[in-house]
Write a protein that binds this ligand. Sequence first.
Ligand code: AMP
Ligand code: MG
Length: 328
Amino acid sequence: MVILGIESTAHTFGIGIVDTTGQILADVKAVYSPQEGGIHPREAAEHHQAYALRVLSKALAQANISNDQVNGIAFSQGPGLPPALRVGAVFARSLATSLGVPLLGVNHCVAHIEQARFFTKANHPLVIYLSGGNTQITTLIAQRYRIFGETLDIALGNMLDMFAREANLKHPGGPKIEQLALQAKNGYHELPYTVKGMDLAFSGLLTASKQLLSQGVSLEEVSYSLQETAFSMIAEVTERALAHTQRKELIVTGGVAANSRLKEMLQIVAEEQSAQFASVPRKYAGDNGSMIAYNGLLLLQAGKRTAISESRAQPRWRLDQVDIPWGA
Ligand code: AMP
Ligand code: MG
């Protein structure tokens, strides 16, 4: 069995192809990068439309298959930017209909998590999911990913990108802030640390970081202080969630999972709670089509499929609203 997956929730138009064992036969993407400012939803959608066919033929060539060998079409149904999601949904519907194969609507957050679980071979982990649009600490209980903590305002990745924009760095800002933080010389500047119960808030930290910058503190030092503060907040909530759930595995996924300092902190938290720490491989930390294909495979194996009438984009589809039939 071969499943093709389409990702189009935000900046990335990706197509991945997996076989029955979950092995990735192809993973191709085109990434929209705004000339200035953040992601513009309509421009992202136009980008995806323009690249869809090229990405598809590249993916089929990489997998060395023709489209009639595909047994199912999975797509990112939500959450995400409505115009971008719609491009993926339309493309998926027409492919599934013309090939006469099942259509599989995938929750983007579940896809990140299940792909991380596949790579790390974690069985029943606590999951830290940190991307441009999401910040969630979650674990599977009774066939649902239950959210133990999340952001109350903006996502961690989004906050890093917004700060970077203020500093005139190009999108995405996370990797650039990581590099700048390594060059900080004079240590830590105090910044707002906001943990409320198990939830987090990043907008105060963003505002104060911008202020530090405008007061003339070097970009390297603000980047360092910003990272230390934000990642410590994540580490604190993670530690409490590990202690509470007694999970013995901790994994991190989403674009921000590429960050080495973050992983270093989570590794320490895991050790202190006698848990094994693992991260999704850097290459698959961000949005990609193969995670959608893999989730489509899991759905198909569980006997699920999505009727065309149910395949509308779901921009606000929450992780904890999704039934996980393969879960414990
Ligand atoms: P995703 O939405 O999962 O594709 O993740 C994109 C987000 O990951 C953006 O906000 C990026 O700034 C962020 N990101 C990517 N690489 C890094 C990194 N090395 N450190 C921190 N954030 C990163
Ligand atoms: Mg994502």
